[in-house]
Write a protein that binds this ligand. Sequence first.
Ligand code: NAD
Length: 480
Amino acid sequence: MQNLWFDPTEMLIGGVWKAPAGTLPVIDPSTGAEVAQIAAGTAADIDAAVIAARAALDGDWGRMTALERGRILTRLGQMVLERIDDLAAIEAADVGKPLTQARNDAIALARYCEFYGGAADKVHGQTIPYLDGYTVYTLREPHGVTGHIVPWNYPMQIIGRSVGAALAMGNAAVLKPAEEACLTALAFARLAADAGLPPGALNVVPGLGAQAGAALTAHPGVQHVSFTGSVATGRLVQAAAAQNVVPVTLELGGKSPQVVFADADLDAALPFLVNAGIQNAGQTCSASSRILVERPLYDALVAGMSAAYGRLHVGPAVADLQVGPLISARQKEIVTGFIDAGRDLPVLATGTLADDLPTGGHYVAPHLLACDDPGHKLAQDEIFGPVQVIIPFDTEDQAVQIANGTAYGLVAAIWSRDGGRQARMAKRLHAGQVFINNYGAGGGVELPFGGTGLSGHGREKGFEALYGFSSLKTVAQYHG
Ligand code: NAD
């Protein structure tokens, strides 16, 4: 790969770039070709990183004021902005993300650095009126060493929201990126050092989940774990952290519905209905894979979405079409398995694979399916690919029942012109975020994000993350 300002095979531990004992291949999902090698970090590397993080807390990093931490993050955001095109190109080659979408991720990473840079010195404690002779106040303190385990689908955004908030609060971070997506994590760490982040404040150890990841979540020197990934791994992470009795944030999967009532502005809704299903080839935790529509609007909505699917093209990341490849051969197998499991459902429309696709790439055409049965596997399970089902409903109560009728609860949207209905539905839907007449609200870094049910617990993004990445101390001073 060209234009790298870091050696992709190295790990960052205590401010030193170290060669690993072994490496893993980096496969370009658009072509199937190996484009680099990354470190296969071990439990010993994780141990060294945790020790380095603790040393940073006991050293320069731990002594920095909130203002100084904020300035470093703000400077880092600026440096990310200056490298947007390079970061986008690296991400496109690493995870197959179409360039425009990869660019948006880099912009979001910069935005997280700016937001948390600005917020670092604005997290205040309280004074609490108490008994005569006492002054009582609260302090927000860093947890200490924070472990960050990140998936491959939005590496830059998820690193920004979790590492950015942790550093703003004065924690020292050990980051274990996904084995399929380490390059922008390393690129970011290099920029962070150049921005003035002291050695050990951010350590990056790439490696396999079962090795480096498991070692990080079980390490007794880690005081908080932030995990974003699958439900199955989330369970392991929570169980491992429980042994050390440390807090865990779990940002897991979803089966997010958009509920479209007959009075909705369909023209306004259509781009959101489709894009929320196919963005990043559907490999998005908050993908909207279920479209619930009130029956009188059913035919018009099916016609509109089908026409939009007809305009979707799938190709390599550098072609920058609407849809890129899936991350891996395994993910393609999972998604095509779901499409097979939906053979009993009418296919309303599909996207189009570009001509002359590289044979080693992992391409799947987007599928839009009709589904009368909200209990169907495709209406219940997270697919993590470009597949959406349309489910009709007849009443508001039925819409709520279907929307809440999965084990997940990440995000949901309501499309209606009726203010009363908007408010009722927003209260009744099980989700960490509810959108009214939009979907995703542009992804705002300011907006607290997280799930209920199998979608996880804890909140990242916004100011809420700063509370999550800190611990509250109450000081009661008796002075008579
Ligand atoms: P995954 O659980 O397989 O992997 C996520 C991370 O966990 C990777 O870094 C992996 O190396 C690590 N890991 C694997 N086994 C581990 C172990 N035993 N101990 C510690 N770490 C381990 O998930 P994935 O396939 O990379 O990501 C897809 C899933 O992530 C989907 O379910 C998606 O919905 C979810 N996701 C959620 C959000 C959110 O914010 N809620 C965002 C993105 C992705």
